[in-house]
Design a protein around this ligand. Structure first.
Ligand code: PHE
Length: 464
């Protein structure tokens, strides 16, 4: 086993792991999705519920995932095979994860493609110098982009190719090296932009929107979205953290690593909103503008800022890289499953799976321009193809995967091994509260929210 672990590669240091895991967690989920789902759900109260989900559901499950990964030094399917037995149904948890990875990456790459486009536009022409006519043009840039089918396909293809290229490089050479340089730059830039945003006239309204408790605006579906967003943003429930944990040396604290990763991720989600909402409130963009929110609002701010063109180029390039450090973890899970199980070479697994993911993503890329995947699909299913993939993976597959991981590690993993592994590198006081949360809070919270959203509770007469 030691031999196979050495072949799979290790992180160069704990810092390397934290950066890479934070690189997986921090991505479009924080900068693109968190602000827009917060906007759709009326702000303040949604943010509070989100934070509760991160602490009570996300953190315990993140510990469990990293623990299983570090313990087995395997990707999700063989990891469950080793712990529970090869023929055990728990192995299905690993497969569900790999499947979720596919689904997420297929639409994630489309959004990342938009970021590529914005990086390209800011570098080659910028967003003007803030005249009324230019602002009006910037505002419609997004609507114009998503309506072009072939452009969306090209961008989706460019981003998938980049993802494949990095993942072929392997764990240390590829993933760790990139994260180490780019993540800190992104954090610094966001903090700088947040300070700028605070000087805008809409800052007060924005802070009130984000942190004031406007109970009346939260829809019941908001609970599921807050929970799904926590899973999505923390990269939980599909084995990404498990896989990254499998490259973690034994003496590294699971608990501390999880705290850092979740803390950084939450910080970036909040600070991105602190950048975006002042802009939306200052320039008359609805906070509920949807998936275009970040792409519509930020260019307007850059257009008026001194040095805006350089800053815009830097920001959208970093956004692409943040997306890349997340997409590589998605592809890594899928690919390492095939490497570990079937002995494929890394190159075979990555190229083939990258190709399949690209194809699965085509209808998502066309969701905004081809009615069969957009309006007409919505007529049949209730949501566009793109939105369906997002909803299916973030709100259902990830929470279900997380629930299964929590129940397995909480109740079925051999208890002496669980405790010994957890306490390796972590002070013993942390074990009982972690286990209590993992057993009794995380799975129950996930189950309740899911049952409520499927209407099962209503059927049983438990909730209205
Ligand atoms: N957490 C990533 C983001 O916020 C997306 C992701 C989800 C990555 C699940 C890996 C696994 O952008």
């Amino acid at each position: 086993m030691a031999g196979s672990a050495a072949q799979r590669g290790f992180w160069a240091s704990r810092f390397g792991f934290i950066l890479a895991a934070a690189g997986s967690a921090v991505g479009l989920g924080n900068i693109w999705k968190f602000p827009y789902v917060t906007g759709n759900n009326g702000g303040g109260l949604f943010v509070v519920i989100y934070l509760i989900c991160v602490v009570a559901v996300g953190l315990p499950i993140m510990n469990a995932e990293i623990l299983v990964g570090r313990t087995t030094a395997r990707s999700p399917v063989p990891a469950f095979g080793e712990l529970a037995g090869r023929r055990s149904p728990w192995v299905g948890t690993g497969w569900l994860g790999a499947l979720a990875g596919f689904v997420i990456l297929s639409f994630y790459s489309v959004v990342a493609g938009w970021a590529v486009y914005y990086a390209f536009v800011s570098i080659t022409q910028g967003f003007g110098s803030g005249t009324a006519a230019e602002l009006a043009q910037v505002k419609t840039l997004f609507a114009g982009l998503i309506k072009k089918p072939s452009l969306n396909l090209v961008l989706h293809g460019v981003f998938m190719t980049a993802t494949v290229a990095v993942v072929i490089g392997g764990v240390q050479a590829g993933i760790e090296r990139w994260s180490r340089i780019l993540m800190p730059t992104l954090f610094t830039m966001l903090i700088g932009l947040a300070i700028y945003a605070m000087t805008l006239p809409g800052a007060g309204a924005a802070l009130d929107f984000m942190f004031g408790l406007h109970t009346e605006q939260l829809q019941p579906a908001g609970f599921l979205e807050a929970m799904g967003q926590a899973f999505f943003s923390l990269s939980l429930g599909m084995g990404a953290m498990l896989t990254y944990g499998s490259y973690l040396p034994k003496d590294t604290s699971v608990f501390k690593s999880a705290l850092y990763v979740a803390g950084l991720d939450t910080f970036v989600a909040l600070i991105s909103s602190v950048v975006i909402f002042p802009v939306t409130f200052s320039y008359g963009i609805e906070p509920s503008a949807g998936p275009g929110l970040v792409f519509q609002s930020l260019p307007m701010a850059f257009s008026q800022m001194p040095g805006g063109r350089v800053l815009a180029s830097l920001f959208f390039s970093l956004l692409v890289f943040a997306a890349l450090t997340s997409s590589i973890s998605l592809l890594e899970v899928v690919a390492s499953t095939f490497i570990d199980l079937y002995g494929w070479t890394r190159k075979q697994a990555v190229v083939l799976m990258g190709l399949v993911t690209f194809v699965v993503g085509v209808p998502s890329a066309l969701s905004f321009s081809v009615p069969a995947f957009g309006e007409r699909f919505k007529g049949l299913v209730g949501k566009s193809f793109f939105d369906s993939m997002d909803d299916l993976s973030a709100n259902w597959m990830l929470p279900l995967g997380g629930l299964l991981i929590a129940v397995y590690v909480g109740f079925f993993m051999e208890s002496s091994r669980r405790q010994k592994e957890f306490e390796e590198g972590t002070p013993p006081w942390a074990y009982p509260p972690w286990l209590a949360l993992l057993r009794f809070i995380s799975p129950i919270a996930v189950a309740l929210v899911m049952l409520k959203s499927t209407g099962v509770l209503k059927l049983l007469g438990i909730a209205s």
